[in-house]
Write a protein that binds this ligand. Structure first.
Ligand SMILES: NC(=O)c1ccc[n+]([C@@H]2O[C@H](COP(=O)([O-])OP(=O)(O)OC[C@H]3O[C@@H](n4cnc5c(N)ncnc54)[C@H](O)[C@@H]3O)[C@@H](O)[C@H]2O)c1
Length: 300
């Protein structure tokens, strides 16, 4: 297996590259920013919108892990640019894959394609009414992948990521866990919108990397799979657990719930377990401990 990773310089990409390297797998890491890696990683600086460059690099591998994206916040400010990167960029990768000898494309979709949650845990058959341009783009690429399988026999697995956290996620990303760390570790006020009882499904990023690698090797070549733990934690529990790990009493402030906020959102992981044989299992306490150790050394 030789895996080409798009979005390799991002939060999840860096973890996936490290995991593949630890396992001694062959890889080519790509992103459109300068390499954050040492010289032992085969890194190519490529913009997904450069169709020819994408074609050239995809031809060199037989597996693609596609993690590149323009984020949610950018999608609200610049929906057209976001659409180009997230849809056209993905189509460039898919076209390159179908025209070369790629065995499978692993795509990073998002649980937010679901929109308002009608029941929990959320399975893959839950209706999808995406509520942001970012989620519309993810849902669109999911549909393109289904069609590319039907028309061109392009093998793929679409993983719908739940709330991913861990090393290389910086507070500037706006991610909840690094934000909690930033505020709680320094004794600053942390604002909870609503009463903190909304549940989320937090996945430790190293578990996610293991799932993606197992997905490359699994005997499954199409479909949508939730990538969550199946265990919900409320926002309040998460902040309190963070305080326990940090040895600090969180200084909480409550504000009214923000419009559109989803109450509970937990993955049904039965399909994940049947596809890769396991679900992420690092406990939230262990994951927070490892994440905060990393943030302390790297982001303070
Ligand atoms: N982090 C989460 O909780 C989460 C949840 C759901 C889905 N996802 C998805 O998982 C994937 C990885 O997320 P992440 O958190 O690592 O995001 P990230 O923003 O840290 O990484 C995305 C990477 O894509 C790269 N990129 C953007 N535009 C590009 C372009 N035109 N050409 C090449 N590279 C480009 C960026 O430079 C960045 O390194 C994304 O597709 C994201 O939408 C993440």
């Amino acid at each position: 297996m030789k895996t080409v990773i798009f979005g390799a310089a991002g939060f999840i990409g860096r973890n996936v590259v490290e995991r593949l390297r630890e396992k001694g797998e062959d890889l080519i890491a790509t992103d459109f920013v300068d390499s954050p890696f040492g010289g032992d990683i085969d890194y190519r600086k490529i913009d997904m919108l450069d169709k020819e460059a994408v074609q050239n690099v995809v031809q060199e591998g037989n597996m693609v892990i596609h993690l590149a994206a323009s984020p949610l916040v950018a999608s609200l400010k610049k929906p057209v640019e976001n659409m180009r990167v997230n849809i056209e960029g993905s189509l460039n990768i898919m076209d390159a894959a179908r025209e070369s000898s790629v065995d499978k494309v692993i795509f990073s979709s998002a649980s937010s394609v679901v929109g308002d949650v009608q029941y929990n845990p959320v399975d893959e058959k839950h209706p999808c009414v995406p509520k942001t341009p970012y989620a519309v783009a993810k849902y669109t690429v999911e549909n393109y992948l289904r069609v590319y399988k039907e028309i061109y026999e392009l093998n793929h697995i679409i993983f719908r990521f739940f709330n991913i956290y861990g090393p290389y996620q910086y507070p500037e990303s706006g991610g909840l866990i690094p934000m909690i760390h930033k505020r709680v570790a320094s004794g600053l006020e942390f604002t909870i919108f609503g009463d903190g009882s909304a549940t989320r499904d937090f996945v430790y990023v190293e578990d996610l990397a293991d799932v993606l690698i197992a997905g490359c090797k699994a005997d499954v070549d199409e479909g949508i799979v939730n990538l969550g733990t199946g265990k919900g934690a409320t926002i309040l529990e998460t902040v309190e657990l963070a305080g326990k790990v940090l040895g600090v009493e969180p200084n909480l402030k409550y504000e009214p719930e923000r419009p559109g906020e989803i109450a509970n959102f937990v993955a049904d992981t039965r399909k994940l377990e049947s596809v890769v044989g396991f679900a992420p299992s690092t406990s939230l306490e262990e994951g927070l401990t490892r994440t905060f150790d990393w943030l302390k050394k790297n982001a303070e």
